[in-house]
Design a protein around this ligand. Structure first.
Ligand SMILES: Cc1cc2nc3c(=O)[nH]c(=O)nc-3n(C[C@H](O)[C@H](O)[C@H](O)COP(=O)(O)OP(=O)(O)OC[C@H]3O[C@@H](n4cnc5c(N)ncnc54)[C@H](O)[C@@H]3O)c2cc1C
Length: 495
Protein backbone atom coordinates (compact mmCIF):
# COMPACT_ATOMS: atom_id res chain seq x y z
CA UNK A 1 0.00 0.00 0.00
CA UNK A 2 1.57 3.32 -1.04
CA UNK A 3 -0.73 5.63 0.91
CA UNK A 4 -4.01 5.85 2.72
CA UNK A 5 -6.65 8.58 2.72
CA UNK A 6 -7.36 10.01 6.14
CA UNK A 7 -11.00 10.41 7.03
CA UNK A 8 -12.36 13.96 7.19
CA UNK A 9 -13.03 15.27 10.66
CA UNK A 10 -13.99 18.46 12.45
CA UNK A 11 -11.25 19.93 14.63
CA UNK A 12 -11.65 22.74 17.15
CA UNK A 13 -10.28 26.24 16.55
CA UNK A 14 -8.53 26.88 19.83
CA UNK A 15 -7.22 30.41 19.27
CA UNK A 16 -7.57 33.44 16.99
CA UNK A 17 -4.56 35.63 17.84
CA UNK A 18 -3.71 38.71 15.86
CA UNK A 19 -0.18 37.35 15.48
CA UNK A 20 0.95 33.74 15.63
CA UNK A 21 4.66 33.11 15.98
CA UNK A 22 5.57 29.59 14.91
CA UNK A 23 8.67 28.32 16.70
CA UNK A 24 10.39 29.78 19.75
CA UNK A 25 14.05 29.87 18.66
CA UNK A 26 16.15 33.06 18.48
CA UNK A 27 13.98 34.45 15.66
CA UNK A 28 10.72 33.41 17.34
CA UNK A 29 11.72 35.01 20.63
CA UNK A 30 12.47 38.30 18.88
CA UNK A 31 9.24 38.13 16.87
CA UNK A 32 6.92 37.18 19.74
CA UNK A 33 8.29 39.72 22.22
CA UNK A 34 8.33 42.52 19.64
CA UNK A 35 4.78 41.82 18.41
CA UNK A 36 3.35 41.56 21.93
CA UNK A 37 5.12 44.73 23.05
CA UNK A 38 3.57 46.49 20.07
CA UNK A 39 0.20 45.78 21.65
CA UNK A 40 -1.18 42.99 19.47
CA UNK A 41 -2.50 39.69 20.83
CA UNK A 42 0.40 37.32 20.23
CA UNK A 43 0.65 33.57 20.55
CA UNK A 44 3.83 31.49 20.41
CA UNK A 45 3.74 27.83 19.43
CA UNK A 46 6.78 25.71 20.24
CA UNK A 47 7.26 21.97 19.83
CA UNK A 48 9.47 21.58 22.93
CA UNK A 49 8.73 22.42 26.56
CA UNK A 50 10.72 25.65 26.60
CA UNK A 51 11.83 28.37 24.19
CA UNK A 52 15.26 29.00 22.69
CA UNK A 53 15.49 26.73 19.65
CA UNK A 54 19.09 25.83 18.87
CA UNK A 55 20.18 28.19 21.62
CA UNK A 56 18.73 25.86 24.29
CA UNK A 57 17.57 22.60 22.70
CA UNK A 58 20.71 22.03 20.65
CA UNK A 59 22.91 23.86 23.21
CA UNK A 60 24.57 25.91 20.47
CA UNK A 61 27.15 28.26 22.02
CA UNK A 62 28.32 31.03 21.89
CA UNK A 63 25.88 33.66 20.68
CA UNK A 64 27.41 35.16 17.47
CA UNK A 65 27.94 38.06 16.85
CA UNK A 66 26.93 41.46 18.13
CA UNK A 67 29.92 43.57 17.02
CA UNK A 68 31.58 44.50 13.78
CA UNK A 69 35.34 44.51 13.51
CA UNK A 70 35.60 48.07 14.77
CA UNK A 71 33.63 47.21 17.87
CA UNK A 72 30.39 48.89 16.86
CA UNK A 73 27.52 47.00 18.33
CA UNK A 74 25.33 46.28 15.33
CA UNK A 75 22.90 43.89 16.97
CA UNK A 76 21.05 45.37 19.91
CA UNK A 77 17.36 45.41 20.77
CA UNK A 78 15.80 42.29 22.25
CA UNK A 79 18.95 40.19 21.71
CA UNK A 80 20.95 42.63 23.82
CA UNK A 81 18.24 42.78 26.51
CA UNK A 82 18.45 39.00 26.71
CA UNK A 83 22.24 39.14 27.12
CA UNK A 84 21.90 41.85 29.79
CA UNK A 85 19.49 39.69 31.75
CA UNK A 86 21.77 36.70 31.46
CA UNK A 87 24.63 38.85 32.76
CA UNK A 88 22.52 39.96 35.73
CA UNK A 89 21.83 36.32 36.56
CA UNK A 90 25.47 35.30 36.06
CA UNK A 91 24.41 33.20 33.08
CA UNK A 92 26.72 35.10 30.70
CA UNK A 93 29.89 37.18 30.95
CA UNK A 94 28.46 39.32 28.16
CA UNK A 95 30.42 40.01 25.00
CA UNK A 96 34.03 38.88 25.02
CA UNK A 97 36.66 38.89 22.30
CA UNK A 98 36.42 36.00 19.85
CA UNK A 99 39.85 34.49 19.37
CA UNK A 100 38.78 31.42 17.45
CA UNK A 101 37.30 32.96 14.35
CA UNK A 102 37.76 36.46 13.04
CA UNK A 103 34.74 38.02 14.67
CA UNK A 104 35.12 40.90 17.09
CA UNK A 105 32.97 39.36 19.79
CA UNK A 106 31.36 36.19 21.00
CA UNK A 107 28.89 35.80 23.83
CA UNK A 108 29.05 32.52 25.75
CA UNK A 109 26.10 31.74 27.99
CA UNK A 110 24.46 29.04 30.09
CA UNK A 111 21.67 27.42 28.07
CA UNK A 112 19.87 26.16 31.18
CA UNK A 113 19.35 29.58 32.75
CA UNK A 114 18.67 31.04 29.30
CA UNK A 115 15.47 28.96 29.14
CA UNK A 116 14.09 30.61 32.28
CA UNK A 117 15.10 34.12 31.26
CA UNK A 118 13.42 33.71 27.88
CA UNK A 119 10.21 32.46 29.50
CA UNK A 120 10.23 35.51 31.80
CA UNK A 121 10.79 37.90 28.89
CA UNK A 122 7.92 36.32 26.94
CA UNK A 123 5.63 36.43 29.98
CA UNK A 124 6.44 40.07 30.71
CA UNK A 125 5.70 41.01 27.10
CA UNK A 126 2.29 39.30 27.40
CA UNK A 127 2.90 36.50 24.87
CA UNK A 128 0.54 33.54 25.16
CA UNK A 129 2.77 30.45 25.02
CA UNK A 130 1.71 27.00 23.92
CA UNK A 131 4.50 24.46 24.29
CA UNK A 132 4.71 20.77 23.37
CA UNK A 133 2.83 21.61 20.19
CA UNK A 134 3.75 20.86 16.58
CA UNK A 135 2.48 22.84 13.64
CA UNK A 136 1.67 20.19 11.06
CA UNK A 137 -0.21 21.92 8.26
CA UNK A 138 -1.56 25.21 6.94
CA UNK A 139 -4.58 26.25 4.87
CA UNK A 140 -4.21 28.99 2.29
CA UNK A 141 -7.13 30.80 0.67
CA UNK A 142 -6.46 33.49 -1.96
CA UNK A 143 -2.89 34.14 -0.84
CA UNK A 144 -3.81 34.30 2.85
CA UNK A 145 -2.78 31.62 5.35
CA UNK A 146 -6.14 31.35 7.07
CA UNK A 147 -5.30 28.65 9.59
CA UNK A 148 -2.55 26.40 10.81
CA UNK A 149 -3.15 22.90 12.09
CA UNK A 150 -1.44 21.87 15.31
CA UNK A 151 -1.04 18.58 17.15
CA UNK A 152 -0.25 17.95 20.77
CA UNK A 153 -1.41 15.83 23.73
CA UNK A 154 -4.86 17.39 23.38
CA UNK A 155 -5.18 16.14 19.81
CA UNK A 156 -5.44 17.86 16.45
CA UNK A 157 -6.63 21.46 16.53
CA UNK A 158 -6.56 24.66 14.49
CA UNK A 159 -5.43 28.23 15.09
CA UNK A 160 -6.77 31.05 12.93
CA UNK A 161 -4.40 34.01 13.24
CA UNK A 162 -4.48 37.24 11.25
CA UNK A 163 -0.73 37.21 10.67
CA UNK A 164 1.96 34.60 11.09
CA UNK A 165 5.70 34.82 11.57
CA UNK A 166 7.25 31.49 10.64
CA UNK A 167 10.29 31.04 12.88
CA UNK A 168 10.48 27.25 12.73
CA UNK A 169 14.04 27.37 11.37
CA UNK A 170 12.89 25.07 8.57
CA UNK A 171 10.17 27.36 7.15
CA UNK A 172 7.60 24.67 7.98
CA UNK A 173 4.58 26.98 7.80
CA UNK A 174 5.77 28.42 4.50
CA UNK A 175 6.36 24.92 3.09
CA UNK A 176 2.91 23.75 4.26
CA UNK A 177 1.51 26.86 2.54
CA UNK A 178 3.10 25.97 -0.80
CA UNK A 179 5.86 28.61 -0.76
CA UNK A 180 8.69 27.64 -3.15
CA UNK A 181 12.00 26.97 -1.44
CA UNK A 182 15.58 25.90 -2.13
CA UNK A 183 17.84 23.62 -0.15
CA UNK A 184 21.65 23.58 0.05
CA UNK A 185 24.06 24.12 -2.79
CA UNK A 186 22.65 24.99 -6.21
CA UNK A 187 24.58 22.14 -7.88
CA UNK A 188 23.38 19.23 -5.79
CA UNK A 189 21.22 20.50 -2.90
CA UNK A 190 23.76 19.28 -0.33
CA UNK A 191 23.54 21.03 3.01
CA UNK A 192 25.86 21.79 5.90
CA UNK A 193 26.50 18.91 8.33
CA UNK A 194 24.67 18.38 11.62
CA UNK A 195 26.42 18.53 15.00
CA UNK A 196 25.40 17.42 18.47
CA UNK A 197 26.77 19.79 21.10
CA UNK A 198 27.71 18.49 24.51
CA UNK A 199 28.96 20.12 27.67
CA UNK A 200 31.90 18.85 29.68
CA UNK A 201 32.21 19.56 33.42
CA UNK A 202 35.03 19.18 35.91
CA UNK A 203 37.64 21.02 33.83
CA UNK A 204 40.65 22.50 35.63
CA UNK A 205 40.80 25.80 33.75
CA UNK A 206 44.10 27.03 35.25
CA UNK A 207 45.75 23.80 34.19
CA UNK A 208 44.22 24.10 30.73
CA UNK A 209 45.67 27.62 30.30
CA UNK A 210 49.12 26.31 31.24
CA UNK A 211 48.75 23.38 28.88
CA UNK A 212 47.71 25.74 26.06
CA UNK A 213 50.84 27.85 26.60
CA UNK A 214 53.03 24.75 26.40
CA UNK A 215 51.21 23.28 23.41
CA UNK A 216 50.45 26.38 21.36
CA UNK A 217 51.51 24.63 18.17
CA UNK A 218 48.53 22.33 18.50
CA UNK A 219 46.21 25.35 18.54
CA UNK A 220 44.93 27.40 15.61
CA UNK A 221 47.24 30.35 14.94
CA UNK A 222 49.54 29.33 17.83
CA UNK A 223 48.31 32.02 20.26
CA UNK A 224 50.91 33.75 22.44
CA UNK A 225 50.80 33.68 26.27
CA UNK A 226 49.21 37.13 26.31
CA UNK A 227 46.39 35.96 24.07
CA UNK A 228 45.77 32.93 26.23
CA UNK A 229 45.87 34.93 29.48
CA UNK A 230 43.57 37.66 28.21
CA UNK A 231 40.78 35.37 27.15
CA UNK A 232 38.05 36.01 29.69
CA UNK A 233 36.35 32.86 28.53
CA UNK A 234 38.59 30.34 26.81
CA UNK A 235 37.84 29.55 23.20
CA UNK A 236 39.78 26.47 22.23
CA UNK A 237 40.38 25.56 18.58
CA UNK A 238 42.92 23.11 17.20
CA UNK A 239 44.36 19.56 17.64
CA UNK A 240 43.90 18.86 13.90
CA UNK A 241 46.81 16.46 13.46
CA UNK A 242 45.92 14.40 16.53
CA UNK A 243 42.27 14.27 15.48
CA UNK A 244 43.39 12.95 12.08
CA UNK A 245 45.69 10.42 13.74
CA UNK A 246 42.91 9.10 15.97
CA UNK A 247 40.54 8.85 13.02
CA UNK A 248 43.11 6.61 11.35
CA UNK A 249 43.40 4.40 14.43
CA UNK A 250 39.61 4.15 14.57
CA UNK A 251 39.33 5.88 17.95
CA UNK A 252 37.35 8.71 16.33
CA UNK A 253 34.60 8.31 13.74
CA UNK A 254 35.88 9.50 10.35
CA UNK A 255 33.06 12.05 10.13
CA UNK A 256 34.06 13.91 13.32
CA UNK A 257 35.06 17.53 12.57
CA UNK A 258 38.77 17.91 11.75
CA UNK A 259 39.40 19.95 14.89
CA UNK A 260 38.39 20.30 18.54
CA UNK A 261 36.32 23.44 19.13
CA UNK A 262 35.26 24.27 22.68
CA UNK A 263 34.09 27.29 24.61
CA UNK A 264 34.32 27.97 28.33
CA UNK A 265 30.89 28.69 29.77
CA UNK A 266 29.88 30.90 32.71
CA UNK A 267 29.60 27.80 34.89
CA UNK A 268 32.81 26.94 36.76
CA UNK A 269 34.81 24.26 34.93
CA UNK A 270 32.22 23.68 32.19
CA UNK A 271 32.95 23.80 28.44
CA UNK A 272 30.68 23.52 25.42
CA UNK A 273 32.06 21.23 22.68
CA UNK A 274 31.25 21.68 18.99
CA UNK A 275 33.10 18.79 17.32
CA UNK A 276 30.77 15.91 16.50
CA UNK A 277 29.66 15.96 12.89
CA UNK A 278 27.67 14.01 10.33
CA UNK A 279 27.15 14.73 6.64
CA UNK A 280 24.24 14.13 4.28
CA UNK A 281 21.52 14.92 6.78
CA UNK A 282 18.34 16.65 5.67
CA UNK A 283 16.88 18.19 8.83
CA UNK A 284 13.38 18.05 7.35
CA UNK A 285 13.53 14.24 7.10
CA UNK A 286 12.92 12.40 10.37
CA UNK A 287 14.80 9.28 9.27
CA UNK A 288 17.88 11.44 8.63
CA UNK A 289 17.60 13.20 12.00
CA UNK A 290 17.28 9.82 13.70
CA UNK A 291 20.42 8.60 11.93
CA UNK A 292 22.21 11.74 13.10
CA UNK A 293 21.08 11.29 16.74
CA UNK A 294 22.33 7.69 16.79
CA UNK A 295 25.70 8.43 15.19
CA UNK A 296 26.42 11.66 17.06
CA UNK A 297 25.54 10.37 20.53
CA UNK A 298 28.20 7.69 19.95
CA UNK A 299 30.62 10.39 18.76
CA UNK A 300 30.09 12.33 22.02
CA UNK A 301 31.73 9.49 23.95
CA UNK A 302 34.60 9.24 21.45
CA UNK A 303 35.29 12.96 21.39
CA UNK A 304 35.19 13.23 25.17
CA UNK A 305 37.60 10.29 25.48
CA UNK A 306 39.92 12.08 23.04
CA UNK A 307 39.74 15.36 24.97
CA UNK A 308 40.48 13.65 28.31
CA UNK A 309 43.40 11.79 26.80
CA UNK A 310 45.11 14.68 25.03
CA UNK A 311 44.18 18.03 26.55
CA UNK A 312 45.54 19.19 29.91
CA UNK A 313 42.96 20.17 32.52
CA UNK A 314 40.38 17.68 31.18
CA UNK A 315 41.78 14.58 32.92
CA UNK A 316 38.97 14.48 35.51
CA UNK A 317 36.28 15.91 33.31
CA UNK A 318 32.91 14.28 32.68
CA UNK A 319 30.10 14.61 30.16
CA UNK A 320 27.76 17.11 31.80
CA UNK A 321 24.90 16.93 29.26
CA UNK A 322 24.13 17.24 25.56
CA UNK A 323 21.56 18.94 23.38
CA UNK A 324 18.11 17.37 23.49
CA UNK A 325 18.42 17.20 19.74
CA UNK A 326 21.17 17.44 17.14
CA UNK A 327 21.83 20.91 15.81
CA UNK A 328 20.73 21.41 12.22
CA UNK A 329 22.65 24.14 10.43
CA UNK A 330 20.73 24.35 7.20
CA UNK A 331 17.48 23.21 5.62
CA UNK A 332 14.97 25.14 3.49
CA UNK A 333 15.49 28.68 2.26
CA UNK A 334 12.29 30.27 1.04
CA UNK A 335 12.04 32.08 -2.24
CA UNK A 336 10.96 35.54 -1.19
CA UNK A 337 10.46 38.91 -2.83
CA UNK A 338 14.27 39.40 -2.75
CA UNK A 339 17.19 36.97 -2.51
CA UNK A 340 20.17 38.18 -0.44
CA UNK A 341 23.49 37.25 -2.06
CA UNK A 342 27.01 36.64 -0.77
CA UNK A 343 28.26 39.67 -2.73
CA UNK A 344 25.87 41.84 -0.74
CA UNK A 345 26.97 40.25 2.52
CA UNK A 346 30.65 40.77 1.73
CA UNK A 347 30.22 44.28 0.32
CA UNK A 348 28.32 45.68 3.30
CA UNK A 349 25.15 46.25 1.31
CA UNK A 350 22.52 48.54 2.75
CA UNK A 351 18.93 48.62 1.58
CA UNK A 352 16.05 51.06 1.78
CA UNK A 353 14.12 48.25 3.43
CA UNK A 354 17.01 46.98 5.58
CA UNK A 355 15.53 45.74 8.86
CA UNK A 356 18.41 43.97 10.62
CA UNK A 357 22.16 43.86 10.42
CA UNK A 358 24.51 40.92 10.17
CA UNK A 359 28.26 40.91 10.63
CA UNK A 360 29.24 37.27 11.09
CA UNK A 361 31.80 35.86 8.69
CA UNK A 362 30.33 33.57 6.05
CA UNK A 363 30.86 30.22 7.73
CA UNK A 364 30.12 27.16 5.66
CA UNK A 365 30.97 23.72 6.90
CA UNK A 366 31.10 22.22 3.44
CA UNK A 367 28.68 19.38 2.80
CA UNK A 368 31.48 17.24 1.43
CA UNK A 369 33.66 17.34 4.49
CA UNK A 370 36.53 19.43 3.16
CA UNK A 371 37.98 22.49 4.87
CA UNK A 372 35.71 25.12 6.36
CA UNK A 373 35.32 28.12 4.11
CA UNK A 374 35.65 31.55 5.58
CA UNK A 375 34.99 34.36 3.20
CA UNK A 376 35.19 37.81 4.69
CA UNK A 377 36.10 38.07 8.30
CA UNK A 378 33.40 39.73 10.25
CA UNK A 379 34.53 42.98 8.69
CA UNK A 380 31.43 43.72 6.74
CA UNK A 381 28.20 44.86 8.28
CA UNK A 382 25.36 44.32 5.90
CA UNK A 383 21.63 44.75 6.09
CA UNK A 384 18.95 42.19 5.51
CA UNK A 385 16.12 43.56 3.37
CA UNK A 386 12.57 43.16 4.62
CA UNK A 387 11.70 41.61 1.24
CA UNK A 388 13.82 38.54 2.15
CA UNK A 389 11.25 37.79 4.87
CA UNK A 390 8.23 37.96 2.54
CA UNK A 391 7.43 34.63 0.88
CA UNK A 392 6.25 34.79 -2.71
CA UNK A 393 2.50 35.15 -3.24
CA UNK A 394 1.37 35.29 0.40
CA UNK A 395 0.15 38.43 2.12
CA UNK A 396 -0.03 37.60 5.85
CA UNK A 397 3.04 35.42 6.40
CA UNK A 398 6.61 36.47 7.16
CA UNK A 399 9.54 34.11 7.60
CA UNK A 400 12.33 35.10 10.00
CA UNK A 401 15.57 33.43 11.06
CA UNK A 402 17.58 30.75 9.32
CA UNK A 403 15.30 30.05 6.31
CA UNK A 404 14.90 33.55 4.87
CA UNK A 405 15.34 34.19 1.18
CA UNK A 406 19.12 34.13 0.63
CA UNK A 407 21.66 32.18 -1.38
CA UNK A 408 23.30 29.10 0.13
CA UNK A 409 26.52 31.06 0.69
CA UNK A 410 24.87 34.19 2.12
CA UNK A 411 22.99 31.85 4.46
CA UNK A 412 26.39 30.93 5.95
CA UNK A 413 26.39 34.37 7.58
CA UNK A 414 22.75 35.26 8.26
CA UNK A 415 22.11 32.01 10.17
CA UNK A 416 23.76 33.00 13.48
CA UNK A 417 21.61 33.55 16.52
CA UNK A 418 22.09 37.29 17.15
CA UNK A 419 21.19 38.08 13.53
CA UNK A 420 18.18 35.73 13.70
CA UNK A 421 16.91 37.44 16.86
CA UNK A 422 17.21 40.85 15.18
CA UNK A 423 15.31 39.59 12.13
CA UNK A 424 12.62 38.18 14.40
CA UNK A 425 12.25 41.48 16.21
CA UNK A 426 11.79 43.28 12.89
CA UNK A 427 9.22 40.73 11.71
CA UNK A 428 7.29 41.05 14.97
CA UNK A 429 7.10 44.83 14.66
CA UNK A 430 6.15 44.53 10.98
CA UNK A 431 3.21 42.18 11.49
CA UNK A 432 2.00 44.29 14.43
CA UNK A 433 2.00 47.32 12.11
CA UNK A 434 0.16 45.35 9.41
CA UNK A 435 -2.36 44.16 11.97
CA UNK A 436 -3.06 47.69 13.20
CA UNK A 437 -3.36 49.03 9.66
CA UNK A 438 -5.29 45.96 8.45
CA UNK A 439 -3.05 45.68 5.42
CA UNK A 440 -0.86 43.06 3.82
CA UNK A 441 2.72 42.58 4.98
CA UNK A 442 3.84 44.19 1.72
CA UNK A 443 1.84 47.36 2.32
CA UNK A 444 3.32 48.56 5.59
CA UNK A 445 5.35 51.78 5.62
CA UNK A 446 8.98 50.57 5.56
CA UNK A 447 10.40 53.92 6.68
CA UNK A 448 8.14 53.79 9.70
CA UNK A 449 9.24 50.20 10.40
CA UNK A 450 12.90 51.22 10.29
CA UNK A 451 12.24 54.25 12.50
CA UNK A 452 10.41 52.09 15.02
CA UNK A 453 13.24 49.55 15.12
CA UNK A 454 15.79 52.28 15.73
CA UNK A 455 13.52 53.71 18.44
CA UNK A 456 13.58 50.27 20.05
CA UNK A 457 17.38 50.47 20.14
CA UNK A 458 18.12 48.38 17.06
CA UNK A 459 21.04 49.37 14.83
CA UNK A 460 20.44 50.00 11.13
CA UNK A 461 22.81 51.37 8.53
CA UNK A 462 22.30 54.96 7.35
CA UNK A 463 20.28 55.87 10.42
CA UNK A 464 21.44 58.46 12.92
CA UNK A 465 22.22 56.32 15.85
CA UNK A 466 24.98 56.59 18.41
CA UNK A 467 27.77 54.12 18.09
CA UNK A 468 27.93 51.82 21.05
CA UNK A 469 31.34 50.38 21.70
CA UNK A 470 31.55 47.76 24.40
CA UNK A 471 34.45 48.61 26.74
CA UNK A 472 34.48 45.03 28.03
CA UNK A 473 35.70 43.93 24.64
CA UNK A 474 38.79 46.05 24.51
CA UNK A 475 41.74 43.81 25.21
CA UNK A 476 44.43 46.20 24.17
CA UNK A 477 44.61 49.46 22.28
CA UNK A 478 48.10 48.83 21.01
CA UNK A 479 49.32 46.28 18.55
CA UNK A 480 52.41 44.12 19.04
CA UNK A 481 54.69 46.98 17.91
CA UNK A 482 53.24 49.32 20.50
CA UNK A 483 51.34 51.32 17.89
CA UNK A 484 47.73 52.30 18.23
CA UNK A 485 45.69 49.25 17.25
CA UNK A 486 43.76 49.66 14.06
CA UNK A 487 41.36 46.94 14.98
CA UNK A 488 39.04 46.73 17.87
CA UNK A 489 40.07 43.19 18.62
CA UNK A 490 43.84 43.60 18.27
CA UNK A 491 44.43 39.90 17.84
CA UNK A 492 42.50 39.71 14.59
CA UNK A 493 45.32 41.24 12.57
CA UNK A 494 48.18 39.49 14.31
CA UNK A 495 47.46 36.13 12.81
C1 LIG B 1 25.95 22.83 15.06
C2 LIG B 1 25.59 24.27 14.96
C3 LIG B 1 26.51 25.22 15.36
C4 LIG B 1 26.15 26.55 15.33
N1 LIG B 1 27.02 27.48 15.86
C5 LIG B 1 26.55 28.71 16.11
C6 LIG B 1 27.27 29.59 16.96
O1 LIG B 1 28.34 29.25 17.46
N2 LIG B 1 26.73 30.81 17.21
C7 LIG B 1 25.53 31.20 16.68
O2 LIG B 1 25.09 32.32 16.96
N3 LIG B 1 24.84 30.41 15.86
C8 LIG B 1 25.30 29.16 15.58
N4 LIG B 1 24.56 28.30 14.83
C9 LIG B 1 23.38 28.78 14.08
C10 LIG B 1 22.13 28.96 14.91
O3 LIG B 1 22.08 28.10 16.02
C11 LIG B 1 20.84 28.78 14.10
O4 LIG B 1 20.99 29.11 12.76
C12 LIG B 1 19.76 29.63 14.74
O5 LIG B 1 19.44 29.06 16.00
C13 LIG B 1 18.52 29.72 13.89
O6 LIG B 1 17.52 30.36 14.63
P1 LIG B 1 15.99 30.19 14.25
O7 LIG B 1 15.20 30.89 15.27
O8 LIG B 1 15.82 30.55 12.82
O9 LIG B 1 15.74 28.60 14.30
P2 LIG B 1 15.90 27.55 15.48
O10 LIG B 1 16.94 27.94 16.44
O11 LIG B 1 16.05 26.25 14.79
O12 LIG B 1 14.50 27.59 16.21
C14 LIG B 1 13.34 27.06 15.61
C15 LIG B 1 12.32 26.76 16.68
O13 LIG B 1 11.10 26.33 16.08
C16 LIG B 1 10.63 25.13 16.69
N5 LIG B 1 9.92 24.38 15.65
C17 LIG B 1 10.44 23.89 14.51
N6 LIG B 1 9.49 23.32 13.76
C18 LIG B 1 8.35 23.44 14.45
C19 LIG B 1 7.02 23.04 14.18
N7 LIG B 1 6.67 22.45 13.03
N8 LIG B 1 6.07 23.31 15.11
C20 LIG B 1 6.40 23.92 16.27
N9 LIG B 1 7.65 24.33 16.57
C21 LIG B 1 8.61 24.10 15.66
C22 LIG B 1 11.88 24.45 17.17
O14 LIG B 1 11.62 23.55 18.22
C23 LIG B 1 12.75 25.63 17.61
O15 LIG B 1 12.50 26.00 18.94
C24 LIG B 1 24.89 26.95 14.83
C25 LIG B 1 23.98 25.98 14.41
C26 LIG B 1 24.31 24.66 14.50
C27 LIG B 1 23.28 23.65 14.13
Amino acid sequence: MEYIIEKQRKIPVIATPEVLVAGGGPAGIGAAIAAARSGVKTMLIERYGFPGGNLTTAMVNPFFTFHDEKGNQVIRGIAEEFVDRMKQMGASLGHVADLTFDNASMTPFDAERAKIILIEMLEEAGVEMLFHTWIVDANVVNGVVESVIIENKSGRQAICPQYIVDCTGDADVAAFSGVPFAKGKDEDGSMQPATLYFRVGGVDVAQLRNWMKKNRDLLKDSPCDEQIDKQKAIAFLGMNSLVQQEKETGMLDSEVAPRILMYELPIPGVFSVNTTRIQNIDGTKTADITRAEIALRKQVIEVHTFIRKYIGGFENSYIHDSGIQVGIRETRRIVGDYVLTEQEVLNSASFEDGIACGTFAIDIHPPHGKKQIFTGSGKSVYEIPYRCLIPKDLSNLLVAGRPISATHIAHGSIRVMATCTAMGQAAGVAVAMASRQKCSTREIDIKQLRRELVKQGQYLLNENIDKIVDPDLILDTKNSDGEKAEHYNPFINKR
